[in-house]
Design a protein. Structure first.
Lengths: 218, 651, 249
């Protein structure tokens, strides 16, 4: 599987879909912020007690985190290796160059890098609080409001979510092709689902900073 | 007039391998009588195959499957590009899947008759027998023939025939069959049984002690001229239609392999038998580099016509039906638009000569699909001919769904070629010629969809069976291996290098193309669709002059030690300039009309080709004696035991 | 028409190349693009210069030899082969850039000629059905449903020109490879080698140094025979199926 370009693409597709599934859940959870601090913080706490008493405190959360780390690493490593290979396979550019549909390719590569950097920042900001002054563990509602009360917090977040939208738009459809589920009859449906997913996730995630900025969430 | 026309007639040439007995048992008989090579010994034998078209590709793959060591050559970058790929319409086979009265015997009969009784009965019958196996073979290889809804193979009809026996893959039958052969060959290359040399062109034949033992070939990338040795050499290098400059052949198709073999002693048979295909896209101007065929299958549903009145310049849609002359339907009511190619071509020439031609220069006739679209609907026409229509639109910028196509005859195929016996062996022992490179099966005119049949029959089934006999009788002995040190090899190599060096050294003021074009125009005018004694003599006078001028004024830039396409071209023209002369002489000597060879002096009162069976029921095999020197004619008498020569009638 | 041509000139595989500028005059709109290059070459020969080397053969759009990138597009602005592109697609006074296919698996041999033998090796790896001559059953023994036959044909139309590789931003040969796999894998005759075929051909494709697929879709846009992008999807499916099945053998 790993030895072949098609195999590596499969790894990318599967890991991408795992992350996509996570993002859908993540976004729905995020939207609970509009129901007030109490409910949102309670939800955050519930995530840690999920599966009890079968599981210990935070086990479920760590399980999800481990799967996500594996997915991110697999996705990034295969992307890096494939890109290196692609660039090597086309070392000479055409003198008469044209900007064109390789737009999708370019946004995937740059979008991926942006998203990778964003994930690091996002964890340091809202999970560990390392880059967050006045971080209050156990009070995500307050931390989120604080982050989106700074201009750079909003800019970083919104740019990343736009990149995410583009990434999902090509990525979801692309994953379907890689996994061989695309067909001529299904193509329109797949493209629609990709677009809907991209728009819903982008809008859902951006709703939070917008909510903070407009004072709906405070 | 030179002494070239004063040729001598030598001993008749006899096909000693031809079996006797009832015609339908001859092939089995020959196969049984042929000696075999023990499978364990086959590895030790090397066979050179020149060309990777239907015949060459099929032969290379099959010989390798049998266990021989095959060394194969093609001038293209890949064996898949051979010009068989451009054949459009289909492949004949006497499967009788339609239950329309077809049989091996009918295919045999149609082919002998279609060839205007100038082909060998034994060979044609074998071809008809094998046709059935070819379809099986190709289907097994995954060739995607057209199928009906029930999943069975579809067929259509072709010119000169009243049954539906042509199997097809849309308008790309040649491509699909060739890819089948190419894939089989690829499998053998991967297995190490075929040593493939792409971009390598054969420039001469090595004959040692009277047997073909190898070739001289030039690596077209490095320019290196090298020798390759073998126990037998198979030429599958195609036809020589490019003598005419404008033809439907590929730009690089050439006659060098067969011509060099001819110069080394292989007889050249019936060189004047060239096929002019009736449905090609007319030329648009002097810049034209090649002509494009529109498949004959179009004549299944398209109707050919010209205006009744001379010089009628109205657009075709404004000419009412009663002012149109559907001349093929009028003259040949029973075959209509599906008369054989030679007849359709000549009829087109006649109406254009009468001043009723259409399009620029009046060199065209209409092929109209309006009726078919009305009858079947545009969708059905599209499904059947879509890619041909697209191709026509791409080239002419006219929409054939709206405006009738314009077509005109063009040089397409050469029935003549190296003389071969029943085993497909030339007059040089150990040298075989298959596919269009030989002369054997089509007589004076080839029926549509028969070229693919013959190429594959020769390559898959005939040669692999008959070459055993030669190799068994001439077993490989390691002590008589030919090497570069052999004086004959040295001489051939030196001659080849001298020729190339001379081409580079002349440094004149005319390009290779300018000579090729000049020769082509001369041949089209005097040795084309209609030939006369006076015209041919004129051409024969002119060709040596062009040849002389060529060697004085040719300009080939660059060196021989690199990819030099001008040098390749110039070297091929050297051979055309000699071959053209032989074609004209053959056309001059055959004062009858038959099939594609139409002598104006020999026609029936209503303008049909009139054969002279008493004088010319033979294949003319020419022996080379020297450049510009009269060749020697050897006649092979043709005997018709099963199909008795009659005036062909398609009316 | 009068045109300015900027053509990639490169003496041989090892030499450096560069674009050279030429003028051609008297070009008819009815000429094919290659006939226009013939005019240029006649001019160059007479002026003692080396003519431009380019691959071409059948000039009717089927052999797959011609291979020029014209103004950045493989085979030029129309969806066809270079040989079927006509000068009516250009205007008097245009400047036209002509370059060879670019991909590390297709090294330049000279000027506009590249080495596409990598394609042959992909076919050799498994792009065939093992059916030695003489071993074939009767053609009607196995009917093939028409939709399957049509699917096979659609993919079998590939002419192996390499435009897909030339157009792909990653120099990938997925469209070429998938076309052959789909042609043979859908047929009952191709079934016995269905798994090995796709695994071996994809492995060979990787070994030749072609890039991977990012589904940019450039290949299908450039393909003169209209092989659909979905062809790659079908190949991926075949490949995944084969990786599941193969170890069981």
């Amino acid at each position: 599987m790993w030895g072949s370009t098609v195999g590596k693409k499969t790894v990318m597709a599967v890991s991408g879909l795992i992350m996509l599934l996570y993002l859908v859940v993540h976004m729905i959870g995020n939207l609970k912020i509009f129901f007030g601090a109490g409910e949102f913080n309670h939800y955050a706490h519930w995530l840690r007690t999920l599966g009890e008493p079968f599981l210990h405190y935070e086990w479920a959360l760590w399980l999800v985190r481990i799967v996500l780390v594996i997915a991110v690493v697999a996705h990034a490593v295969s992307a890096y290796q494939l890109s290196r290979r692609d660039i090597k396979a086309r070392p000479t550019k055409y003198v008469h160059s044209k900007p064109r549909a390789s737009y999708a390719t370019r946004t995937m590569r740059w979008g991926g890098i942006i998203l990778g950097l964003f994930i690091v920042w996002h964890i340091l900001d809202l999970t560990t609080g390392t880059v967050h002054s006045g971080f209050q563990p156990g009070h995500p509602y307050q931390n989120i409001v604080a982050t989106f009360s700074t201009w750079y917090g909003n800019v970083i977040y919104i740019v990343a979510m736009l990149a995410l939208g583009l990434h999902i738009r090509h990525g979801f459809w692309s994953a379907a092709q890689t996994l061989g589920v695309g067909s001529r009859a299904r193509d329109r449906a797949l493209k629609t689902v990709a677009n809907v997913l991209a728009v819903l996730l982008t809008a859902g995630f951006i709703a939070v900073p917008v909510g903070v900025m407009t004072g709906v969430v405070s | 007039m030179t002494s070239y026309v004063e040729y001598a007639t030598g001993d008749p040439v006899v096909d000693t391998k031809a079996p006797s007995g009832p015609i339908n048992e001859r092939w089995d008989k020959r196969r049984f009588e042929a000696k075999l090579v023990n499978p364990a010994n086959r590895r030790k034998h090397t066979v050179i195959v020149v060309g990777t078209g239907l015949a060459g590709g099929a032969a290379g793959a099959t010989l390798a499957e049998q266990g021989y060591h095959v060394v194969q050559f093609c001038y293209s970058d890949s064996p898949r590009r051979a010009h068989s790929i451009a054949a459009q319409g289909g492949i004949n086979a006497a499967k009788n899947y339609r239950n329309d009265g077809d049989s091996v015997h009918r295919l045999f009969y149609d082919t002998v008759k279609g060839g205007d009784f100038r082909a060998r009965e034994s060979n044609v019958h074998r071809l008809a027998q094998i046709s059935v196996e070819i379809i099986d073979q190709c289907v097994a290889q995954g060739v995607p023939f057209a199928r009906e809804y029930g999943g069975l193979l579809d067929t259509r009809s072709f010119g000169g025939v009243q049954v539906s026996r042509t199997f097809y893959a849309r308008g790309q039958t040649g491509q699909q069959l060739l890819l089948g052969a190419y894939q089989a060959l690829s499998r053998q290359i991967a297995a190490g049984n075929v040593e493939m040399h792409p971009r390598t062109e054969m420039l001469d034949l090595i004959v040692v002690d009277g047997r073909a033992r190898g070739i001289v070939a030039r690596d077209l990338i490095t320019g290196k001229v090298d020798t390759y040795f073998a126990d037998a050499v198979v030429l599958a290098s195609g036809g020589y239609g490019n003598v005419f400059y404008l033809s439907t052949n590929a730009m690089n198709s050439n006659a060098t392999a067969i011509w060099r073999a001819h110069r080394r002693g292989a007889y050249f048979a019936n060189p004047c038998f060239t096929q002019i295909h009736p449905t090609c896209i007319p030329r648009t101007g002097d810049h034209q580099s090649k002509l494009t065929l529109m498949s004959e299958s179009l004549r299944n549903d398209g109707r050919i016509w010209v205006p009744k009145a001379k010089g009628d310049n109205r657009p075709p849609n404004e000419i009412p039906d009663d002012e149109r002359d559907y001349y093929l339907e009028r003259i040949y009511p029973s075959f209509g638009n599906l008369v054989p190619r030679d007849i359709a071509s000549r009829a087109a020439k006649n109406v254009c000569d009468e001043g009723r031609g259409v399009g620029p220069g009046g060199q065209g006739v209409y092929l109209d699909f309006a009726d078919a679209i009305r009858r079947m609907g545009r969708k059905a026409v599209e499904a059947k001919y879509g890619n041909l229509f697209d191709m026509y639109r791409q080239i002419t910028d006219e929409d054939p769904y709206e405006v009738p196509m314009r077509i005109y005859p063009a040089v397409h195929y050469t029935m003549g070629g190296l003389w071969v016996d029943y085993d497909l062996q030339t007059t040089i022992p150990g040298l075989f010629a298959i596919g269009e490179a030989n002369f054997s099966d089509h007589g004076a005119n080839r029926l549509g969809a028969s070229a693919l049949m013959q190429g594959l029959a020769d390559g898959y089934f005939v040669l692999p069976a008959t070459i055993n006999d030669y190799l068994a009788r001439n077993p490989h002995k390691s002590d008589d291996d030919v090497t570069d040190e052999h004086p004959v090899v040295q001489e051939v190599l030196a001659e080849t290098e001298d020729r190339l060096n001379l081409l580079l050294a002349v440094d004149g003021d005319r390009t290779p193309d300018s000579f090729h074009r000049e020769l082509g125009e001369l041949m089209w005018e005097f040795c084309g669709m209609a030939r006369t004694d006076a015209g041919l003599r004129k051409a024969l006078e002119r060709i040596p002059e062009i040849r002389e001028e060529f060697w004085r004024r040719i300009k080939v830039p660059g060196t021989g030690e690199e990819l030099n396409q001008s040098l390749e071209k110039a070297n091929r023209i050297v051979d055309y300039l000699e071959l053209a002369e032989l074609m004209c002489l053959d056309a001059l000597h055959r004062s009858e009309s038959c099939g594609g060879h139409f002598r104006e002096e020999s026609q029936s009162p209503d303008g049909e080709a009139a054969r002279k069976d008493d004088e010319f029921t033979y294949a003319a095999a020419w022996e080379f004696t020297g450049t510009g020197e009269a060749p020697t004619l050897h006649k092979e008498d043709l005997v018709f035991e099963y199909v008795h020569p009659t005036q062909r009638s398609y009316a | 028409m009068k045109l300015t041509l900027r053509v990639w000139r490169q003496k041989n595989a090892d030499a450096d190349g560069a674009m050279s500028t030429y003028e051609v005059d008297g070009i008819s709109p009815d000429m094919s693009f290659l006939e226009m290059l013939d005019v240029l070459n006649e001019q160059l020969i007479l002026s003692g210069e080396d003519p431009v080397a380019f691959d071409h053969d059948c000039r009717e759009g089927i052999c797959g030899a011609c291979s020029l990138v014209i103004n950045g597009d493989a085979h030029g602005p129309e969806r066809t082969t270079t040989c079927q592109l006509h000068m009516r697609s250009f205007k008097d006074g245009d400047t036209i850039d002509i370059e060879p296919w670019r991909a590390s698996a297709f090294p330049v041999v000279k000027d506009l000629v590249v080495d596409r033998s990598a394609f042959d090796r992909i076919i050799q790896a498994g792009g065939y059905i093992t059916a030695p001559t003489g071993a074939a059953p009767e053609a009607h023994a196995t009917p093939v449903p028409k939709p399957d036959a049509d699917f096979a044909f659609e993919h079998a139309e590939c002419i192996g020109c390499g435009a897909c590789v030339a157009a792909c931003p990653n120099g990938a040969a997925m469209l070429f490879t998938s076309a052959k796999i789909n042609h043979l894998n859908v047929l009952p005759q191709g079934a016995p080698e269905r798994e090995t075929r796709v695994l071996d051909m994809v492995a060979q494709m990787d070994e030749e140094g072609f890039g991977g697929c990012t589904l940019a879709g450039e290949c299908a846009t450039a393909c003169p025979k209209g092989i659909p992008l979905m062809s790659i999807t079908s190949m991926n499916k075949e490949w995944l199926r084969a990786t599941r099945k193969a170890p069981k053998r």
